[in-house]
Design a protein around this ligand. Structure first.
Ligand code: S3P
Length: 443
């Protein structure tokens, strides 16, 4: 719970979502644009940057390491790149708040810089597994210590030069892949990562955009150290993960017709569209275009009758952040939805399997957590009070459940919605969600 007290969302039941809106910028791309813009030679201009707490934590970390960054101002950021070896020793710990992406990517990016740096985070981030990055980084010669449980804070010390490795990732994780590719920029020779299933490829795409060659052969991605990054302009698309709440809300609420503009629809991220369509959702992908190396489109969604499904396991990593929203779609669907192969959900900002199962039960939905997924019996949502456990995506997912609820839904611990979606309440209310927020004092 944040020190500013309990931010509570109150939702009146019913309503529909109508109109056109653009959700804030993609979180993954926003982080990466700051990281590479800082290490590039020249001036990088970003538009559509996500002004959320997570990407701002990355921005501040680079300012602490001496990079001149102007903004964000209405999503515009200007970075004076310092080049590959221009980062300065920060005077204090880098506080990365709630942001797993900042910590895991920075651990790789900073491991070969010749600096001594501590990365810390909030209670949630300090309980998330970090050995998935420190183990392979140690194999590259990095010197990183962490807490006894394999958790943050991470203390990185000057290890001299790193050496490239050939690493078969035991879990499908874009954060681990990206961490190693960024460390590989500073390693002798070639660093290769093999992924057991496709994960988001924004790091590979943005490296290419900054003129740095990355080679992919099947599931193997390789980079050679010692090159340079050249500054460029980046237009960050709207985040499909933030769009997901609205895709679900408009799919389930009778009479809805909503268009989400300029959404990133990279095929390593589009599982939510595929899964909702399998459930019967009416989603049209319009005006497909390429924006700075990322596919973008407008998504029109109209209400439909959804049915429960067995979610294909090959979609799990392509929708890894969208399951809280997808579980709400399942709760509104006719019949049973079964998810398997998604144990990674247990180590996100919260244990998203357990926290969602508990929250669904609290609003009258029959949901059973399994070790690697969940079983949800769709049907009636009665309403009630849900604890989001400070997880932004859980707070926003349950907000959409109100569209089909018989009674009010109240959601506790919602301040972290700001990590990925500043302005969520106003944007959702403008589209027709009957939401307001208040603070209920210190807890
Ligand atoms: C992210 C990768 C995903 C995702 C996270 C952002 C990224 O994590 O859950 O929100 O930007 O690389 P994993 O790659 O660990 O699954």
């Amino acid at each position: 719970m944040s020190s500013v007290g309990n931010l509570v969302f109150h939702l009146r039941p019913g309503g529909r979502l109508i109109g056109k809106l653009r959700v804030p910028g993609d979180k993954s791309i926003s982080h990466r644009s700051i990281m590479l813009g800082s290490l590039a030679e020249g001036t990088t201009r970003i538009s559509g940057f996500l002004e959320g707490d997570d990407s701002l934590a990355t921005l501040k970390a680079f300012q602490q390491m001496g990079v001149e960054i102007e903004g964000p101002d209405q999503g515009e950021v200007v970075i004076q790149g310092v080049g590959m070896s221009g980062l300065k020793q920060p005077e204090a710990v880098l506080d990365l708040g709630n942001s797993g992406t900042s910590m895991r990517l920075l651990s790789g990016l900073l491991a070969g810089q010749g600096l001594n740096i501590t990365l810390a985070g909030d209670v949630s981030l300090s309980s998330r597994p970090m050995s998935r990055v420190t183990d392979p980084l140690s194999k590259m010669g990095a010197e990183i210590t962490m807490g006894e449980n394999g958790t943050a804070p991470l203390a990185i010390s000057d290890a001299g030069s790193l050496k490239g490795i050939d690493y078969q990732m035991p879990i499908a994780s874009a954060q681990v892949k990206s961490c190693l590719l960024l460390a590989g920029l500073y390693a002798d020779g070639e660093t290769c990562v093999v992924e057991p299933a496709p994960t988001r490829d924004h790091t590979e795409r943005i490296l290419a955009g900054f003129g740095y060659p990355v080679r992919r052969t099947g599931s193997k991605i390789c980079i050679t150290g010692g090159g340079r990054l050249t500054a460029c302009d980046i237009d960050v698309p709207a985040d499909i993960s933030s769009s997901a709440f609205f895709l679900v809300g408009a799919a389930v609420a009778d009479g809805s017709d909503l268009t989400l503009e300029h959404v990133g629809i990279n095929s390593t991220r589009d599982g939510v569209i595929n899964i909702l369509r399998l459930m019967g959702a009416n989603i049209e992908v319009m005006n497909r275009r390429d924006v700075g190396g990322e596919p973008v489109a407008d998504l029109q969604v109209r209400s439909a009758t959804l049915k429960g499904i067995r979610i294909p396991e090959d979609q799990v990593h392509l929708a890894i952040d969208e399951f809280p929203a997808i579980f709400i779609a399942a709760a509104c669907a006719e019949g049973e939805t079964v998810l398997t192969g998604a144990e990674e959900l247990r180590v996100k900002e919260s244990d998203r399997i357990q926290v969602m199962a508990d929250g669904l039960s609290a609003i009258g939905v029959d949901a059973t957590a399994t070790q690697d997924g969940i079983i949800i019996q769709g049907g009636i949502i009665k309403g009630g009070r849900v604890d989001s456990h400070g997880d932004h995506r859980i707070a926003m997912a349950f907000s959409m459940a109100a569209l089909k609820s018989e009674n009010e839904i109240v959601i506790d611990d919602c301040a972290n919605v700001n990590t990925s979606f500043p302005g969520f309440v106003a944007l959702a209310a403008g589209a027709g969600l009957m939401i307001n927020e208040n603070r209920e004092g210190e807890r």
